[in-house]
Design a protein around this ligand. Structure first.
Ligand code: SF4
Length: 356
């Protein structure tokens, strides 16, 4: 198990640089080695839709590794079957980043592949992902229609040719994703949890969290992602399967977390106006200056439990020091008759209170 460095904020670029510096990520690059950045560019969608990695994560990585003397930096990705990777990279704002820093972007759909031996047999993987001195996994924490959630492990599926992606679906996704994760075992993962979708990898119901975190164990980070989303890890079988295949450890303890700042750093200066499903299930909640991570924990717990938010649910800094008759979410609402403690609480803790 490794440390999980966590930060809140508004700027993907600045948060990324801070995480890389705090974790001394440069130590993971072999001497004279290359760095390949692998974002989540599943479709041609903007990060605000909740589908794709923010371009500021790329620019933050590029600036950090350049400043530490790495010369060979590239961005590699292949969007899902049916979408055009190069169109997707323009829509997501990656073309500007790559042009600005003179960094090459490689469409993995066109890459040469090699067959490797994994825990479940031979698998074709793109050469640029296999040959990187350091592969930096840059997933979005979000929901997924088939696997419930997607983050560090499933993002590696973008390192496959389309033919192999199809085979993964025919095999039911979980075992091959676990085997791929155990084989690739990325040594650096920076999770974009700024604005991930509630339940679909292609976006549409974004939940603003304004949070990012970094670690070195993809299994551990996915297990932590489950906590943040209010999901039982058993509902996402590929995570524990990957642990069985030797890909990492599911255990996350409070001692593993290194908080670089306070959730208030993620509080938007303009009031949140959640849309779509998120807007509907939280419409009646008494929110007053709620930090994004706190609000997201409530939204995810309401969604998973099927409970509708009511006007007797309170959240936000505006409730500090007040006596409230109802359910308070987070330490700011500790004056409530019932309270889910934490700053912010996890969706898992909120869910336990909603369903007890
Ligand atoms: S408990 Fe209060 S300060 Fe802490 S995350 Fe929630 S709203 Fe922000």
């Amino acid at each position: 198990m490794g440390k999980i460095y966590q930060i809140y904020g508004q700027s993907a670029h600045d948060m990324t640089v801070s995480l890389l510096e705090a974790s001394d990520a440069i130590r993971l690059v072999p001497a004279g080695g290359s760095v390949a950045l692998k974002p989540n560019l599943v479709i041609a969608g903007t990060p605000e839709s909740g589908a794709t990695t923010h371009p500021g994560v790329l620019s933050g990585c590029i600036e950090y590794f350049r400043a530490h003397g790495v010369r060979d930096i590239s961005v590699i990705e292949g969007s899902w079957i049916g979408d055009n990777t190069m169109r997707a990279m323009r829509v997501a704002g990656y073309a500007e980043v790559c042009d600005h820093y003179s960094v090459s972007f490689h469409d993995l759909k066109k890459d040469k592949t090699r067959a490797v031996d994994t825990a479940i047999g031979k698998m074709e993987i793109c050469g640029r992902a296999l040959d990187a001195g350091l592969l930096v996994d840059l997933p979005v924490l979000k929901g997924h229609g088939q696997t419930i959630m997607t983050c560090a492990l499933k993002n590696l599926k973008g390192c496959l040719p389309d033919k192999e992606k199809r085979r993964f679906h025919a095999m039911g996704l979980h075992r091959p994703i676990a085997a791929l994760g155990a084989y690739m075992r990325p040594r650096l993962i920076v999770v974009d949890s700024i604005c991930g979708d509630l339940d679909f990898e292609e976006g549409g119901n974004p939940v603003t969290m304004n949070r990012m975190y970094l670690g070195t164990d993809a299994v551990q980070l996915d297990a932590y992602g489950c906590q943040l989303m209010g999901l039982d890890i058993a509902s996402v079988p590929y995570i524990s399967l990957c642990e069985q295949f030797g890909g990492g450890f599911t255990r996350v303890s409070a001692d593993d977390l290194v908080e670089l700042n306070h959730p208030e750093a993620g509080l938007s200066s303009t009031p949140q106006r959640p849309s779509g499903i998120v807007g509907r299930i939280t419409r009646n909640v008494q929110a007053d200056s709620a930090c994004s991570a706190c609000f997201a924990a409530l939204a995810r717990a309401l969604y998973v439990s099927g409970v509708q938010g009511t006007d007797r649910m309170y959240i936000g800094q505006g409730w500090r020091g007040k006596t409230i008759d109802g359910l308070g979410i987070g330490n700011c609402c500790r004056g409530a008759s019932r309270c889910v403690h934490g700053c912010p609480p996890t969706a898992e803790d909120v869910l336990a209170e909603l369903t007890r």
